[in-house]
Ligand binder design. Structure first.
Ligand code: UDP
Ligand code: XDX
Length: 348
């Protein structure tokens, strides 16, 4: 089996074992499974006054007792403010969340901007054993998102990071397209991971901001600054504890505020730098051996879409790129009656 083939078999095996398409557990099941572990939901927020209260209200019911003789599933809902200049802090407090600023979370260390900074400092804003991160710009969000994420981490052995996956409609001013959201994911993160970290090729939403992690893991890995934080966590988790420590759960549909293309371009650059920094040491040969570019230099790009029945299907495209040699070299060789290097000969 070619390098690419061997890598793909590993990814398909992981996908079959660590992907949950249906949430068959309840909050009550999870309260029983969690034992004495503490769970926190962390909401990073930068100027989210219009949406943060809705997200908080969606998750607060999980902080109530989940049945007779049972405690809460979530012990803490905390908004970590990222230097908001609007009324995010007041609105979040009024909605019932604890609010911590970046400075309060870790006063000893000067603050840097960016999403990664807030998620990193959040580990000092709560003492929970399991942390669920969710964006504060979500709309139409439900507690089932958190219940879904906590299933594998509280019920399965060896799972330390659980990524949500979902359909991502692109909500434009006038219309909403069924899919089309996750523009940086589809145009940059997925192809880059397929090339440099093909083991992660089974992750449906690598950039998604909704995921659960154990403190045991999260305190052992670096947090990439800015918008590279999600892809950095995936690469560092893979390197530290292996692919089997990662799982993913289908939680339905995710709607959020969409930023414009230019600001996504900046996020894309942060993500590219994060990937490059964590894979720069790998020669392409090792990437090939791990299922990256095949012997022909091509890459199997696996994309995910939902069929008419709503089930997720994988679509694989073998992507090849052939560089053409400098034309000056081609012209000179042909003039000299020689055949230019790197240019296939026309078959007879
Ligand atoms: O410096 C930052 C940038 C973003 N965020 C928060 O991180 C989440 C995701 O950010 P954004 O919606 O800008 O990313 P997108 O989903 O558009 O890529 C949101 O809750 C933001 O408020 C933050 O706390 N600090
Ligand atoms: O997935 C993506 O391509 C971007 C942009 O999503 P949209 O094209 O606005 O739906 O959103 C994600 O990326 C960020 C990292 O750049 C994460 O921090 C966000 O949580 C996630 O929404």
């Amino acid at each position: 089996m070619s390098g690419a083939g061997a890598g793909r078999a590993q990814v398909d095996d992981w996908y079959a074992r660590r992907t949950w398409h249906d949430v068959t557990w309840s909050a009550t099941d999870l309260v029983r499974a969690k034992g004495d572990r503490r769970v926190a939901v962390v909401l990073p927020a930068l100027d989210e006054e219009t949406t943060v209260a809705g997200v908080i209200r969606a998750f607060l019911p999980l902080t109530l007792r989940q049945g007779p003789g049972l405690g809460p599933l979530v012990d803490d809902v905390v908004v970590v403010d990222s230097g908001s200049t609007d009324r995010t802090v007041e609105v979040a407090r009024a909605a019932g969340a604890r609010v911590v600023t970046r400075e309060e979370a870790l006063p000893e260390v000067p603050v840097r901007p960016g999403k990664g900074e807030v998620l990193w400092r959040a580990l000092r804003a709560t003492d929970a054993d399991v942390v669920v991160y969710a964006d504060s710009d979500l709309v139409d969000v439900h507690a089932s998102l958190v219940v879904g994420l906590l299933g594998p981490i509280l019920r399965e052995e060896g799972v330390h990071l659980v990524k949500a996956f979902y359909a991502r409609p692109l909500r434009l001013e006038q219309t909403t397209q069924r899919a089309g959201g996750g523009r940086v994911t589809e145009l940059l993160a997925r192809p880059a991971l397929a090339t440099f970290a093909p083991e992660l090729g089974g992750i449906v939403q690598p950039l998604g901001g909704e995921y659960a992690g154990t403190r045991e893991l999260l305190e052992q890995v670096p947090f990439a600054g800015g918008y590279g934080v999600e892809v950095g966590l995936l690469l560092d988790t893979l390197a530290l504890v292996g692919l089997d420590a990662i799982a993913q759960v289908d939680v339905g549909v995710r709607k959020h505020r969409h930023r414009d293309l230019l600001s996504l371009g900046v996020a894309a650059q942060e993500i590219m730098l994060t990937i490059a920094r964590r894979t720069a040491g790998l020669e392409l040969a090792r990437a090939v051996a791990r299922g990256g570019p095949g012997a022909d230099g091509g890459v199997d790009l696996v994309q995910f879409d939902q069929g008419p029945d709503g089930r997720w299907v994988q679509e694989t495209t073998h992507v090849m790129v052939h560089d053409r040699p400098p034309m000056a070299d081609v012209t000179a060789a042909l003039r000299a009656g020689a055949w230019p290097a790197g240019v296939e000969q026309r078959s007879a």
